[in-house]
Design a protein around this ligand. Structure first.
Ligand code: ZN
Length: 330
C-alpha cells in the first residue's frame, strides 16, 4: 500500500515536549498547495510505554479536546517515563466546523477505518492513525461524548472482545480512568470504527461518553482530565496510583438497550438521564410538530434499567435514537 501522505512537523522519538502538526496536503480552490494542519503534541522522556490520547474524532464533542489542550500544556516531560502522543482534534476540519462529520468530504471519521492513503481527507486521517500512530501505542484513549444530538451519563467504556486477556486489560484501564460510570459497551453500528481498528491491533483501548449537547461542562472536563492522568498512572507513564472514586458499573447486553423513534415530532422527555425505569415505563412523548389537537405517541422503556443516553435536540426525526437503557450491574 502506498505511504500515508501526512507528515508530522515534530519528532516522535526525541525527549522533551514538542508541539506541532500532522500536515495533510489538501489541494483546493482557496489554496492550491494547501494543507490540513492537525495539532499534535508529543511528550517523551526515555524508553517506556506509549499512550495515544485523542479527542475530536467527532468534531462537535468537547470534553476530550478541552482536557487534552490542558494536558498538552501542563504535562512536564520530567514527570513521565515513556511517551504521550496527544491529538485533541483528530478530525480537525470537523472540529473547526463544529460538526460531527467532515465538511470537506462529509465522512464520519469513526466509520472510516481502516481508511485509505488514496481516499478522501477523512479516509487519509483514518489510515494515518491505523498504520502509523496506533502501532506506536501500548494504550489508547479516545474521548467521545454525545455531540449536538445526544447526551450521556459520564462513562468510560470497554468492549466485549474475543481475546479475554485483552478485554481484561481494557476493563482494568477503564476502571483506572474512573469515570462516575463504567460501561461494558455494545456499539450500535460498529463497522469502520477507530475502536475496532485499535482493538484489532491488540492494544489496550478505552473510550468514553462524557456528556453531550454540543458543549462541555465543568464536571465533564474534570472527569476527562482526571481520567487521562489516571490512565497515564495506570500505564506507569506517570508515577503514583490512580485517584479512584466510586463508579457505577453498567452493561448494555443487547439491542433492546436502544429506543428508536418511528415518527418525526416534538420531543417531550418523561424521564431524565440517570432515571431508573422498569420495562414499559413511559420514557418520552412525541407530539406532531405541525398541528394541535392530535394526541402524542408515547415511547416506553424497551427494558428495565437506567437511562444512560438520551436524544438531545427538542425535535426528533423518525429513526433517531431516543434513549439507551443500560443494566446496573454493580
Ligand atoms: Zn463521538
Amino acid at each position: 500500500m502506498k505511504p500515508n501522505p501526512i507528515t508530522p512537523t515534530i519528532p516522535f522519538d526525541r525527549d522533551g515536549a514538542h508541539h506541532g502538526f500532522l500536515r495533510l496536503p489538501h489541494s483546493r480552490d482557496d489554496s492550491a498547495w494547501g494543507s490540513v494542519m492537525i495539532p499534535v503534541t508529543v511528550i517523551r522522556n526515555g524508553d517506556g510505554p506509549t499512550a495515544l490520547l485523542t479527542g475530536g474524532n467527532h468534531g462537535d464533542e468537547y470534553e476530550g479536546p478541552v482536557a487534552l489542550m490542558n494536558l498538552a500544556n501542563s504535562l512536564d516531560p520530567a514527570e513521565i517515563t515513556g511517551r504521550v502522543i496527544i491529538v485533541p482534534a483528530v478530525n480537525f476540519p470537523a472540529f473547526r466546523a463544529a460538526t460531527r462529520t467532515s465538511p470537506i468530504d462529509a465522512v464520519n471519521l469513526n466509520r472510516a477505518f481502516p481508511g485509505s492513503p488514496a481516499g478522501t481527507v477523512t479516509q487519509k486521517i483514518a489510515d494515518y492513525f491505523n498504520r502509523v500512530l496506533v502501532p506506536m501505542a501500548d494504550i489508547v484513549l479516545d474521548y467521545h461524548s454525545g455531540g449536538k444530538t445526544l447526551d450521556f451519563l459520564p462513562f468510560a467504556a470497554a468492549h466485549i472482545l474475543d481475546d479475554r486477556a485483552q478485554q481484561a486489560a481494557c476493563v482494568a484501564a477503564m476502571r483506572a480512568f474512573n469515570a462516575p460510570y463504567s460501561m461494558t459497551m455494545l456499539e450500535i453500528d460498529s463497522g469502520g470504527m477507530y475502536d475496532g481498528a485499535v482493538e484489532a491491533q491488540g492494544k489496550t483501548f478505552v473510550t468514553t461518553e462524557l456528556g453531550g449537547g454540543g458543549t462541555a461542562t465543568t464536571r465533564g472536563v474534570a472527569i476527562a482530565s482526571k481520567g487521562a492522568r489516571n490512565l497515564l498512572k495506570h500505564a506507569e507513564i506517570l508515577p503514583g496510583e490512580p485517584e479512584l472514586a466510586p463508579t457505577i458499573t453498567l452493561d448494555m447486553p443487547d439491542d433492546t438497550c436502544f429506543a428508536f423513534s418511528e415518527r418525526d415530532g416534538l420531543f417531550e422527555p418523561l424521564a431524565d438521564l440517570g432515571t431508573e425505569l422498569a420495562e414499559g415505563d413511559p420514557l418520552a412523548r412525541i407530539w406532531p410538530a405541525d398541528r394541535t389537537g392530535v394526541a402524542p405517541s408515547t415511547i416506553t422503556a424497551p427494558r428495565s434499567g437506567i437511562i444512560a443516553s438520551r436524544h438531545f435536540p427538542g425535535l426528533v426525526q423518525s429513526g433517531d435514537c431516543l434513549a439507551v437503557i443500560a443494566d446496573i450491574v454493580g
